[in-house]
Write a protein that binds this ligand. Structure first.
Ligand code: SF4
Length: 365
């Protein structure tokens, strides 16, 4: 724990957190520069408990990466291929529907459909795909696409972003994924994703989605070329949007996996850094209901400890995850529900299976 009076003391920040006061940018930067992991974890755990009590959530979902064809060529991405490049694939709408139907045999409650910025798939293609998935699986939610993909589909189809979102919603998209946020800094995006939507545009598409009644998640891909201050600024931009709309269901910090990317020489983040990021997210994002420790991205062991560092959600079994695994994630692509339940129980939490919208489906395992 921090010693009061020590030059790096977080005692004043602790006082604000315990009093329920909002933390400033400077305080966020002090926390991210600090090595007082136990203090940050303790404070984040107090806030977590205040918000959700002893529950820890998980989701039974299935990822469908409908295509890896993408024109953006982000240097940090190991998943995408250019059209015609070896390994490039695009599933037809029929194939996506069949994958969703097979997944439903495992009682999934959500299919998460995403790809890249494909040069030829217009809005009508996704409307048709989502409609057909919902016709076959009316009880399964579709989490679809990212703000970056919505921006691309909107421009490709000549339909403005607001209408694109409304049409996707009418076709069955229940939630918009918060992927593709990376780090909002213009400087960082020039280096890691120069050809895709700006951070400002990402936030704008999310705002439009919330106005259209479509909730989103939010992410941050950290541990590459960004500074610690840029991470804090990313959190502040999300907090501001959430103040405005209240439409973000959870924040998911994603450590960068460099293997197989053009940034492969960068080191992986450490467990210390991952836990600190989760704790700081919980403390800075005081208007977010949930913080997710994505087990396949941070690893099962860190995800479990994260439940004592501010996280209240470990995501789900994630059948067939491809994007993080293309970048060398060593975790399995799915985990048995019973293992997830054990992970949560042995961390002293009450496991609760949730749906896409954090409604509890089952508890008392
Ligand atoms: S991160 Fe997304 S936009 Fe960038 S290359 Fe990969 S699939 Fe395309």
């Amino acid at each position: 724990m921090t010693t009061v009076g020590h030059p790096n003391s977080l005692a004043d920040i602790a006082g604000k957190v315990l009093a329920g006061e909002r933390l400033s940018r400077d305080e966020g930067i002090r926390m991210i520069l600090s090595h007082e992991l136990a203090t940050l974890g303790y404070l984040a755990d107090v806030v977590r408990k205040r918000k959700v009590g002893d529950h820890a959530y998980f989701l039974n979902n299935h990822h469908i990466n409908h295509s890896n064809v993408c024109l953006s060529c982000c240097p940090f991405c190991a998943f995408s291929r250019l059209p015609g490049q070896e390994g490039a694939y695009t599933l037809t709408a029929d194939q996506v529907v069949e994958k969703a139907v097979s997944a439903a045999a495992h009682d999934v409650t959500e299919v998460y459909i995403l790809g890249g910025n494909h040069p030829e798939l217009p809005l009508a293609h996704f409307e048709d795909m989502f409609r057909r998935v919902k016709e076959r699986l009316p009880g399964v939610s579709i989490k679809g696409l990212t703000p970056t993909e919505v921006d691309h589909i909107s421009r490709l189809s000549g339909v403005d972003a607001r209408e694109t979102l409304v049409r996707l919603k009418n076709a069955g998209m229940g939630m918009l994924s918060g992927g593709g946020a990376e780090v909002f800094s213009v400087r960082v995006r020039k280096k890691i994703c120069p050809a895709k939507a700006t951070g400002e545009r990402w936030l704008e598409i999310c705002r439009l989605a919330h106005e259209a009644g479509i909730p989103t998640t939010a992410t941050m891909l950290y541990g590459h070329v960004e500074t610690l201050e840029e991470r804090v600024d990313h959190l502040l931009a999300l907090r501001e949007l959430q103040d405005e709309t209240g439409g973000i269901a959870t924040f998911i910090p994603l450590p960068f996996h460099p293997a197989g990317t053009q940034l492969a020489k960068l080191p992986r983040t450490t467990a210390f850094e991952d836990l600190k990021m989760i704790a700081i997210a919980r403390l800075m994002l005081d208007n977010f209901p949930h913080i997710t420790a994505f087990w396949f991205s941070v690893g099962e062991r860190v995800a479990q400890i994260a439940l004592s560092f501010g996280a209240d959600d470990v995501y789900g079994p994630v059948h067939e995850e491809m994007i993080v695994h293309a970048a060398g994630a060593e975790e399995a692509q799915a985990i048995e529900l019973s293992a997830l339940v054990n992970m949560i129980k042995s961390a002293g939490r009450v496991p609760a299976e949730r749906d896409t919208f954090y409604r509890v489906i089952r508890e008392g395992f």
